[in-house]
Design a protein around this ligand. Structure first.
Ligand code: NDP
Length: 329
């Protein structure tokens, strides 16, 4: 195994702001794994919308900071008391922090061995968004076959996973997207109906499709622009799951409004569904089974070189992308 160098390439931010704060550096010290941690040489890094929230400051985090919340690679060092289930050379995918870099340390608790039939890039392209979609449909609102479900940004990274998983459950997905090309992709990935927002009225189309009933649940990662419509599109006793802020955060809300239809409202975060090792393994195993059994269509928009990270962020924020964006260190 190659020795670990003292410095590495990575993307650092010292303050919050636009893409101009993303600094590609070639002399960042390689971190040392602490108690229970492992050091991974990253092969492929996943970009997620949450990276933009940390860059802009919508979600606060200490600076300077190396952005990035997931990656896949192989283990090059083990910290003191790292679990014996991990060995040098193992291929792993993990959720952590500071992944926009050649090397990252990560807690073994949020690290999984990649099954031999799954490539490292497919693992990095699937992990955070696939787990998010799975935990939403299993836990935030346990979806049943035949139910109508509304999914916003259906051609996005998380959206395409939702479409595929909902289809495998036998649910009837109504996806929303911004363009006809995205509509076609969402359909190919399992959405039975797709509404192009801006061109058609989402609530009216949902009412038409569901014969006035509304949907059993809404999965909404768009936030500010779609939340009011969610309350109209959801059925009596239905569930609105708001899990992101791509268009901005949902403004403060008067909870008594939920009584108009006895609606349930959830605002989940992935980490609270995979908090224990048992929960993490349970959902990770289901995700890997889905992939290994050939049920997943892993759609990668583009693999960007690490130094092109600003272009990747511009594309994601500019709604130019579909599926997953990856960085190659
Ligand atoms: P996506 O690939 O879905 O990209 C975001 C998409 O949102 C865009 O492609 C766009 O699709 C849509 N969108 C609608 N309005 C806007 C806007 N004003 N600006 C930008 N995009 C807009 O990203 P991810 O899959 O990474 O994340 C999707 C959402 O899920 C995010 O809000 C993210 O924070 C959230 N999330 C939450 C998690 C949690 O634990 N709670 C975990 C993972 C993700 P279109 O052009 O079709 O409208």
């Amino acid at each position: 195994m190659a020795t670990v160098p003292g410095t590495m390439r990575g993307v650092l931010i010292e303050s919050t702001g636009g893409t101009e704060v993303l600094q590609y550096k070639t002399d960042i010290p390689v971190p040392e794994p602490k108690e229970g941690e492992i050091l991974v040489k990253n092969y492929c890094i996943g970009i997620n919308y949450i990276d933009i929230y940390f860059r802009t400051g919508l979600y606060p985090s200490p600076k300077p900071e190396i952005l990035g919340r997931e990656a896949a690679g192989h283990i090059v060092a083990l910290g003191p008391n790292a679990p014996t289930s991990f060995r040098l050379g193992d291929r792993v995918v993990y959720l952590g922090a500071g992944t926009y870099a050649e090397y990252s340390t990560t807690s073994a608790a949020k690290t999984a061995l990649i099954p031999s039939s799954v490539s490292s890039s497919d693992a990095a392209a699937s992990f955070l968004q696939g787990l998010t979609a799975l935990t939403l449909v299993r836990e935030a609102y346990p979806v049943k076959p035949g139910e109508f479900i509304l999914v916003h940004a259906a051609a996005g990274g998380t959206g395409l996973w939702l479409c595929q998983i909902l289809k495998s459950i036998g649910a009837r997905t109504i996806g929303t997207v911004s363009t006809e090309a995205k509509a076609e992709l969402a359909r190919r990935n399992g959405a039975e109906f797709v509404v192009v927002y801006g061109r058609e009225d989402v609530v009216e189309r949902v009412k038409e499709i569901t014969q006035g009933e509304g949907v059993a649940a809404v999965f909404d990662g768009v936030g500010k622009d779609t939340f009011e419509g969610d309350l109209e599109a959801v059925s009596r006793k239905g569930t609105v799951v708001t899990f992101g802020n791509a268009s901005g955060p949902v403004p403060p809300f008067t909870i008594s409004r939920l009584s108009a239809k006895n609606v349930k409202l959830a605002r989940p975060m992935l980490y609270n569904y995979i908090y224990t090792r048992g929960e993490f393994d349970h959902h990770t195993n289901e995700l890997f089974r889905f992939i290994v059994e050939g049920k997943a269509n892993i759609h990668v928009h583009e693999i960007y070189p690490l130094q092109d990270v600003a272009r990747a962020h511009t594309d994601l924020e500019g709604r130019k992308t579909t599926g997953k964006l990856l960085l190659k260190p």
